[in-house]
Write a protein that binds this ligand. Structure first.
Ligand code: HDC
Length: 279
Protein backbone atom coordinates (compact mmCIF):
# COMPACT_ATOMS: atom_id res chain seq x y z
CA UNK A 1 0.00 0.00 0.00
CA UNK A 2 1.08 3.55 -0.69
CA UNK A 3 0.32 6.57 1.42
CA UNK A 4 -0.56 9.98 0.04
CA UNK A 5 -0.02 13.53 1.34
CA UNK A 6 -2.96 14.74 3.45
CA UNK A 7 -6.05 15.95 1.60
CA UNK A 8 -7.09 19.10 3.44
CA UNK A 9 -10.44 20.69 2.61
CA UNK A 10 -13.02 23.14 3.92
CA UNK A 11 -16.06 25.10 2.80
CA UNK A 12 -14.22 26.61 -0.20
CA UNK A 13 -13.59 23.17 -1.73
CA UNK A 14 -17.15 22.08 -0.88
CA UNK A 15 -18.80 25.11 -2.51
CA UNK A 16 -16.57 24.93 -5.61
CA UNK A 17 -17.42 21.25 -6.02
CA UNK A 18 -21.17 21.84 -5.60
CA UNK A 19 -21.19 24.77 -8.05
CA UNK A 20 -19.21 22.81 -10.62
CA UNK A 21 -21.98 20.18 -10.48
CA UNK A 22 -24.63 22.78 -11.24
CA UNK A 23 -25.62 24.12 -7.79
CA UNK A 24 -26.83 27.72 -7.91
CA UNK A 25 -27.63 30.59 -5.53
CA UNK A 26 -31.19 29.19 -5.42
CA UNK A 27 -29.84 26.19 -3.48
CA UNK A 28 -28.24 27.80 -0.43
CA UNK A 29 -27.60 24.41 1.18
CA UNK A 30 -24.96 23.83 -1.54
CA UNK A 31 -23.43 27.30 -1.89
CA UNK A 32 -23.66 29.08 1.47
CA UNK A 33 -21.61 27.89 4.42
CA UNK A 34 -23.92 29.60 6.95
CA UNK A 35 -27.04 27.80 5.72
CA UNK A 36 -28.34 25.39 8.39
CA UNK A 37 -28.53 22.57 5.83
CA UNK A 38 -25.08 23.27 4.27
CA UNK A 39 -23.83 20.04 2.68
CA UNK A 40 -21.58 18.57 0.02
CA UNK A 41 -22.73 16.34 -2.82
CA UNK A 42 -21.38 12.97 -1.58
CA UNK A 43 -19.44 12.14 -4.78
CA UNK A 44 -16.95 14.70 -3.39
CA UNK A 45 -15.43 11.61 -1.76
CA UNK A 46 -13.50 10.69 -4.90
CA UNK A 47 -11.43 13.89 -4.91
CA UNK A 48 -9.02 12.36 -2.41
CA UNK A 49 -7.74 10.04 -5.12
CA UNK A 50 -7.75 12.53 -8.00
CA UNK A 51 -5.86 15.32 -6.30
CA UNK A 52 -2.63 13.44 -6.21
CA UNK A 53 -0.10 12.30 -8.76
CA UNK A 54 1.03 9.71 -6.27
CA UNK A 55 -2.22 7.82 -6.64
CA UNK A 56 -1.53 7.41 -10.35
CA UNK A 57 2.06 6.34 -9.74
CA UNK A 58 0.83 3.70 -7.33
CA UNK A 59 -0.59 1.68 -10.24
CA UNK A 60 1.73 2.89 -13.03
CA UNK A 61 4.53 0.79 -11.58
CA UNK A 62 2.61 -2.41 -12.43
CA UNK A 63 2.34 -1.46 -16.12
CA UNK A 64 4.55 -1.47 -19.19
CA UNK A 65 4.29 1.18 -21.95
CA UNK A 66 1.94 3.25 -19.77
CA UNK A 67 1.16 6.60 -21.41
CA UNK A 68 -1.26 8.70 -19.31
CA UNK A 69 -2.53 10.25 -22.58
CA UNK A 70 -4.23 6.92 -23.36
CA UNK A 71 -5.89 6.51 -19.98
CA UNK A 72 -9.69 6.70 -19.78
CA UNK A 73 -11.76 6.43 -16.65
CA UNK A 74 -13.78 3.23 -17.05
CA UNK A 75 -15.81 2.84 -13.85
CA UNK A 76 -16.00 4.38 -10.42
CA UNK A 77 -17.37 3.29 -7.06
CA UNK A 78 -17.52 5.43 -3.91
CA UNK A 79 -18.56 4.43 -0.41
CA UNK A 80 -19.23 7.16 2.13
CA UNK A 81 -17.96 5.58 5.35
CA UNK A 82 -18.84 8.52 7.62
CA UNK A 83 -22.30 10.11 7.36
CA UNK A 84 -23.03 12.98 6.99
CA UNK A 85 -19.99 13.73 4.85
CA UNK A 86 -17.72 16.01 6.95
CA UNK A 87 -17.62 19.58 5.58
CA UNK A 88 -13.97 20.01 6.39
CA UNK A 89 -11.18 17.62 7.12
CA UNK A 90 -7.65 16.38 6.92
CA UNK A 91 -7.70 12.96 5.29
CA UNK A 92 -4.99 10.37 4.99
CA UNK A 93 -5.37 8.04 2.02
CA UNK A 94 -3.78 4.69 1.25
CA UNK A 95 -3.90 3.16 -2.23
CA UNK A 96 -3.72 -0.39 -3.41
CA UNK A 97 -4.33 -2.08 -6.77
CA UNK A 98 -7.29 -4.49 -6.68
CA UNK A 99 -6.98 -6.06 -10.12
CA UNK A 100 -5.19 -5.79 -13.45
CA UNK A 101 -6.67 -7.37 -16.58
CA UNK A 102 -5.09 -7.38 -20.03
CA UNK A 103 -7.69 -7.29 -22.84
CA UNK A 104 -5.97 -7.27 -26.21
CA UNK A 105 -3.94 -4.07 -26.43
CA UNK A 106 -5.80 -2.47 -23.49
CA UNK A 107 -5.05 -2.82 -19.80
CA UNK A 108 -7.85 -2.45 -17.26
CA UNK A 109 -6.65 -1.43 -13.80
CA UNK A 110 -8.90 -1.45 -10.74
CA UNK A 111 -7.40 0.81 -8.13
CA UNK A 112 -8.67 1.01 -4.56
CA UNK A 113 -8.23 3.63 -1.89
CA UNK A 114 -9.23 4.18 1.71
CA UNK A 115 -9.30 7.63 3.29
CA UNK A 116 -9.38 8.15 7.06
CA UNK A 117 -9.49 11.19 9.32
CA UNK A 118 -5.80 11.92 9.89
CA UNK A 119 -6.38 12.72 13.58
CA UNK A 120 -8.87 10.07 14.69
CA UNK A 121 -8.20 7.31 12.14
CA UNK A 122 -11.94 7.08 11.50
CA UNK A 123 -12.80 5.88 7.93
CA UNK A 124 -14.40 8.63 5.80
CA UNK A 125 -14.35 7.49 2.12
CA UNK A 126 -13.46 4.36 0.14
CA UNK A 127 -13.02 4.41 -3.64
CA UNK A 128 -12.59 1.87 -6.41
CA UNK A 129 -11.57 3.44 -9.72
CA UNK A 130 -11.29 1.42 -12.93
CA UNK A 131 -8.97 2.80 -15.60
CA UNK A 132 -9.12 1.65 -19.21
CA UNK A 133 -5.63 2.22 -20.65
CA UNK A 134 -5.14 1.91 -24.38
CA UNK A 135 -1.85 0.69 -25.94
CA UNK A 136 -0.60 -0.63 -22.60
CA UNK A 137 0.57 -3.91 -21.08
CA UNK A 138 0.09 -5.45 -17.69
CA UNK A 139 -0.03 -8.92 -16.18
CA UNK A 140 -3.53 -10.13 -15.38
CA UNK A 141 -3.74 -10.57 -11.62
CA UNK A 142 -6.14 -10.05 -8.72
CA UNK A 143 -4.63 -8.20 -5.76
CA UNK A 144 -7.54 -7.51 -3.46
CA UNK A 145 -11.26 -7.96 -2.74
CA UNK A 146 -13.84 -5.68 -4.32
CA UNK A 147 -16.99 -4.34 -2.64
CA UNK A 148 -20.17 -6.07 -3.77
CA UNK A 149 -21.96 -2.89 -4.90
CA UNK A 150 -18.93 -1.96 -7.05
CA UNK A 151 -19.27 -5.06 -9.22
CA UNK A 152 -23.04 -5.57 -9.59
CA UNK A 153 -24.29 -5.18 -13.21
CA UNK A 154 -27.22 -2.78 -12.55
CA UNK A 155 -28.97 -3.32 -15.87
CA UNK A 156 -31.83 -0.89 -16.49
CA UNK A 157 -35.21 -2.54 -15.79
CA UNK A 158 -37.51 -3.10 -18.75
CA UNK A 159 -40.04 -0.43 -17.75
CA UNK A 160 -40.57 3.31 -18.05
CA UNK A 161 -38.10 5.21 -15.80
CA UNK A 162 -39.42 6.69 -12.54
CA UNK A 163 -37.49 9.88 -13.20
CA UNK A 164 -36.05 11.59 -16.27
CA UNK A 165 -34.31 14.94 -16.33
CA UNK A 166 -32.05 16.88 -18.68
CA UNK A 167 -28.83 18.69 -17.82
CA UNK A 168 -27.34 21.16 -20.32
CA UNK A 169 -23.56 21.30 -19.92
CA UNK A 170 -21.97 24.73 -20.47
CA UNK A 171 -19.00 24.82 -22.89
CA UNK A 172 -16.82 26.06 -20.01
CA UNK A 173 -17.69 23.14 -17.71
CA UNK A 174 -14.43 21.17 -17.94
CA UNK A 175 -12.34 24.32 -17.45
CA UNK A 176 -14.21 24.95 -14.17
CA UNK A 177 -14.39 21.32 -13.08
CA UNK A 178 -10.57 20.97 -13.29
CA UNK A 179 -10.24 23.25 -10.27
CA UNK A 180 -11.59 20.44 -8.09
CA UNK A 181 -8.25 18.71 -8.61
CA UNK A 182 -8.16 16.57 -11.76
CA UNK A 183 -5.87 18.68 -13.99
CA UNK A 184 -5.67 16.03 -16.73
CA UNK A 185 -4.93 18.02 -19.96
CA UNK A 186 -7.32 15.70 -21.85
CA UNK A 187 -10.20 17.86 -20.62
CA UNK A 188 -8.93 21.27 -21.71
CA UNK A 189 -5.98 21.09 -24.14
CA UNK A 190 -7.04 20.50 -27.81
CA UNK A 191 -3.55 19.31 -28.82
CA UNK A 192 -3.41 16.76 -26.02
CA UNK A 193 -6.98 15.62 -26.83
CA UNK A 194 -6.01 15.03 -30.46
CA UNK A 195 -2.99 13.03 -29.28
CA UNK A 196 -5.45 10.88 -27.36
CA UNK A 197 -7.47 10.45 -30.61
CA UNK A 198 -10.38 12.76 -29.76
CA UNK A 199 -11.52 15.65 -31.99
CA UNK A 200 -11.55 18.01 -29.02
CA UNK A 201 -11.24 17.88 -25.20
CA UNK A 202 -13.71 15.55 -23.47
CA UNK A 203 -15.46 16.09 -20.15
CA UNK A 204 -14.11 14.50 -16.98
CA UNK A 205 -15.92 11.22 -16.35
CA UNK A 206 -16.35 12.22 -12.72
CA UNK A 207 -18.04 15.45 -13.82
CA UNK A 208 -20.74 13.52 -15.75
CA UNK A 209 -20.95 11.21 -12.70
CA UNK A 210 -21.32 14.11 -10.26
CA UNK A 211 -23.85 15.98 -12.43
CA UNK A 212 -25.95 12.80 -12.53
CA UNK A 213 -25.49 12.23 -8.79
CA UNK A 214 -26.71 15.74 -7.94
CA UNK A 215 -30.04 15.36 -9.76
CA UNK A 216 -30.53 11.91 -8.17
CA UNK A 217 -29.73 13.30 -4.72
CA UNK A 218 -32.23 16.13 -5.22
CA UNK A 219 -34.91 13.68 -6.40
CA UNK A 220 -34.41 10.57 -4.23
CA UNK A 221 -32.45 11.79 -1.18
CA UNK A 222 -29.17 10.84 0.47
CA UNK A 223 -27.04 7.93 -0.70
CA UNK A 224 -23.86 6.41 0.68
CA UNK A 225 -22.78 4.17 -2.21
CA UNK A 226 -22.57 4.90 -5.93
CA UNK A 227 -21.18 2.93 -8.85
CA UNK A 228 -21.15 3.68 -12.57
CA UNK A 229 -19.48 2.58 -15.82
CA UNK A 230 -18.39 5.18 -18.37
CA UNK A 231 -19.62 3.75 -21.66
CA UNK A 232 -19.23 6.81 -23.88
CA UNK A 233 -17.49 10.16 -23.99
CA UNK A 234 -19.15 13.54 -23.32
CA UNK A 235 -18.17 16.90 -24.80
CA UNK A 236 -18.76 20.14 -22.88
CA UNK A 237 -21.69 21.92 -24.55
CA UNK A 238 -23.75 18.73 -24.94
CA UNK A 239 -26.96 17.90 -23.04
CA UNK A 240 -27.25 14.96 -20.66
CA UNK A 241 -30.46 13.06 -20.01
CA UNK A 242 -30.51 11.12 -16.74
CA UNK A 243 -33.00 8.21 -16.48
CA UNK A 244 -33.62 6.53 -13.13
CA UNK A 245 -35.49 3.45 -11.86
CA UNK A 246 -36.11 3.07 -8.13
CA UNK A 247 -35.84 -0.55 -6.97
CA UNK A 248 -36.26 -0.48 -3.18
CA UNK A 249 -33.28 1.31 -1.67
CA UNK A 250 -31.31 1.07 -4.92
CA UNK A 251 -31.82 3.59 -7.72
CA UNK A 252 -30.48 2.30 -11.05
CA UNK A 253 -29.60 5.02 -13.56
CA UNK A 254 -28.25 5.79 -17.00
CA UNK A 255 -26.94 9.05 -18.42
CA UNK A 256 -27.43 9.65 -22.14
CA UNK A 257 -26.01 12.30 -24.47
CA UNK A 258 -29.02 13.71 -26.31
CA UNK A 259 -27.21 15.29 -29.29
CA UNK A 260 -25.37 12.11 -30.34
CA UNK A 261 -27.89 9.54 -29.06
CA UNK A 262 -25.20 7.77 -27.02
CA UNK A 263 -25.04 6.39 -23.48
CA UNK A 264 -22.28 8.00 -21.39
CA UNK A 265 -23.04 6.18 -18.12
CA UNK A 266 -24.60 2.72 -17.83
CA UNK A 267 -24.65 -0.11 -15.27
CA UNK A 268 -24.96 2.52 -12.57
CA UNK A 269 -26.74 2.87 -9.26
CA UNK A 270 -26.90 4.70 -5.94
CA UNK A 271 -27.75 3.08 -2.60
CA UNK A 272 -30.16 5.25 -0.62
CA UNK A 273 -29.74 5.65 3.11
CA UNK A 274 -32.28 6.53 5.70
CA UNK A 275 -30.70 9.69 7.12
CA UNK A 276 -32.97 9.56 10.18
CA UNK A 277 -31.82 6.05 11.05
CA UNK A 278 -28.24 7.30 11.32
CA UNK A 279 -28.94 10.13 13.78
O1 HDC B 1 -16.47 2.50 -23.29
C1 HDC B 1 -15.47 3.11 -24.04
C2 HDC B 1 -15.45 4.60 -23.72
O2 HDC B 1 -15.00 5.42 -24.51
N1 HDC B 1 -15.97 4.98 -22.53
C3 HDC B 1 -15.96 6.37 -22.10
C4 HDC B 1 -14.69 6.67 -21.35
C5 HDC B 1 -14.72 8.09 -20.79
O3 HDC B 1 -15.14 9.03 -21.45
N2 HDC B 1 -14.28 8.24 -19.54
C6 HDC B 1 -14.32 9.54 -18.88
C7 HDC B 1 -13.33 10.52 -19.42
S1 HDC B 1 -11.64 10.06 -19.18
C8 HDC B 1 -11.26 10.80 -17.66
O4 HDC B 1 -12.09 11.39 -17.05
C9 HDC B 1 -9.87 10.63 -17.22
C10 HDC B 1 -9.63 11.23 -15.88
O5 HDC B 1 -9.10 12.53 -16.02
C11 HDC B 1 -8.72 10.25 -15.19
C12 HDC B 1 -7.70 10.86 -14.27
C13 HDC B 1 -6.75 9.79 -13.78
C14 HDC B 1 -6.65 9.84 -12.29
C15 HDC B 1 -5.86 8.71 -11.77
C16 HDC B 1 -5.82 8.77 -10.28
C17 HDC B 1 -6.00 7.47 -9.60
C18 HDC B 1 -14.12 2.42 -23.75
C19 HDC B 1 -13.05 2.99 -24.67
C20 HDC B 1 -13.72 2.57 -22.29
C21 HDC B 1 -14.26 0.92 -24.03
O6 HDC B 1 -14.81 0.75 -25.28
P1 HDC B 1 -14.43 -0.49 -26.21
O7 HDC B 1 -12.98 -0.51 -26.48
O8 HDC B 1 -15.38 -0.48 -27.35
O9 HDC B 1 -14.70 -1.69 -25.23
P2 HDC B 1 -15.53 -2.99 -25.50
O10 HDC B 1 -15.10 -3.61 -26.80
O11 HDC B 1 -16.97 -2.70 -25.29
O12 HDC B 1 -15.03 -3.88 -24.30
C22 HDC B 1 -13.71 -4.38 -24.23
C23 HDC B 1 -13.49 -4.99 -22.86
O13 HDC B 1 -13.30 -3.94 -21.92
C24 HDC B 1 -14.31 -3.95 -20.91
N3 HDC B 1 -14.80 -2.59 -20.75
C25 HDC B 1 -15.46 -1.88 -21.67
N4 HDC B 1 -15.75 -0.67 -21.19
C26 HDC B 1 -15.27 -0.62 -19.94
C27 HDC B 1 -14.67 -1.84 -19.65
N5 HDC B 1 -14.11 -2.08 -18.45
C28 HDC B 1 -14.16 -1.10 -17.54
N6 HDC B 1 -14.73 0.09 -17.77
C29 HDC B 1 -15.30 0.37 -18.95
N7 HDC B 1 -15.89 1.55 -19.15
C30 HDC B 1 -15.42 -4.84 -21.44
O14 HDC B 1 -16.05 -5.52 -20.37
C31 HDC B 1 -14.71 -5.75 -22.37
O15 HDC B 1 -14.27 -6.89 -21.67
P3 HDC B 1 -14.81 -8.35 -22.10
O16 HDC B 1 -14.18 -8.58 -23.44
O17 HDC B 1 -14.30 -9.23 -21.03
O18 HDC B 1 -16.29 -8.22 -22.15
Amino acid sequence: DEEDPLFVYGDREVILYNISLGATEKELKYVYENNEDFQVIPTFGHLVTFNSIKSQLSFAKYLRNFNPMFLLHGEHYIKIEKWPVPLSGKLKTTFNPLAITQKGTNTIVVHGSKSVDAETGEPVFSNEGTFFIRKCEGDTKTYGERRKFATLPFNAPNRIPDFITEIPIPESKAALYRLNGDRNPLHVDPVFAQGAKFDKPILHGMCTYGLSAKVLLDKFGAFDEIKARFTGIVFPGETLRVLAWKEGETVIFQTHVIERGTIAINNAAIKLISVNAKI
